[in-house]
Design a protein around this ligand. Sequence first.
Ligand code: PLP
Length: 449
Amino acid sequence: MAITEPAIAATQLRREKQRELYRRATRSLPGGTNSNFRAWGEDTIYIDRGKGGRIWDVDGNEFIDLRMGYGPVILGHADDRVDDYVNEQMRKGVSFSLTSEQEVRCVELICELTGWVDMARMTVSGTEATMHAMRLARAFTGREKIVKFEGQYHGVHDYALISVLPDDVSTLGDRTNPTRLAWGRGIPEAIAKTIIPAPYNDLDVLRAIFEREGESIAAVIIEPVLGNAQGILPSPGFLAGVRAITQEFGSVLFFDEVKTGFRFARGGAAEFFGVTPDIASYAKAMGNGYPAAAFGGKREIMSLLPDSVSHGGTYAGNRIAAAAAVATLTILKDTDALEHIRATGESMQSRIGELLTRRGIAHVFTGHPSMFGIMFAEQSPTDYRGWADTDHALYDAIAVGMIARGAMPEPDSREPWFICEAHNEADVDRVCASFEESLNVALEERTKT
Ligand SMILES: Cc1ncc(COP(=O)(O)O)c(C=O)c1O
């Protein structure tokens, strides 16, 4: 989403180098950036550096970072504990296509922290992790179809890009029999047909799908919260219900914990919600921003590797990722980092909540204090379609205003705010001040229109 000029002019962010880099980048880099999600048109941001909970763009503007790289940077940018260990290890060489001790340790830590994963394999991205885990589920069950929930993002491979994040939710069709909506061109119809979209938090629709075609359903892939719709939470009993239905029909339950893993709790969302899946994908928080990811699960499924199912990758388990994961997971295991992050998030929520209540603005917080959304509505929606009914125009106006005032949430109301260990009370003060000023401006603008 473009950051509007009036908001920027209001605080006079310096933009000279950014403008110049954008012009230069768009000549050779589509959209001026390496991911569609970072392509913000003329306002695409070019970064110089980060430290702790703060980042600086190429023009030297400083921001309290609430995006944290879309979640991975759980301890803080350029964390010395992680970086020193990575540096020490990388000097021994990074890519051998042979296995290092750090890879073994990384997977042991995943097993230990989750308490239910028996075996895991490393990948470089969350996309690869979900892709490989989906293939494993198909191989294990001998079935092809996979149920996925509307509004959930599981990466950029063809099997994951169905019914993801349309702005116009009417394109999702009938709620009880949703349209299969490929995100973008180039996804083969034959692949799209293997995915069955379903509304989140609706066990009746899920059961109907299973009663109709359960014998061909290999798995249900689910991010335990709607991480790409501000972390809408599962209704009481929903995850347990999905667990029961998958068990009843002999399908695999696959938790995509790319965002929630090692963040909601040491054992991720599975621990937090008390529901154990059969397989899971992990990424983001496990490497504090280094490209470390994994998929893992029960021994009987994972044991299809290496002989019966394909998985490989020149960079899978590379030294840098493995070292970063060992250092990060060890810190998360042995320190109170997660408790600290939670407390910081709660403090931010309570101060913003008080402000909104004082102003009489209906709002709800969604997600977990370490990864939360603010929705302007009387009550939290229960699925992606419900997100559309919240006042996200107000949210977007505030987010844009905050960026102009030195705090950077994602300027799209679907993405939650991420808290890291390094965020401190001074950062919370600045976030709350920028929120309040931006709210004032947004409300003033509203009265004019
Ligand atoms: C829940 C979820 N799954 C998978 C992915 C894909 O991970 P990556 O961007 O590392 O490929 C993401 C990325 O945001 C995600 O949020």
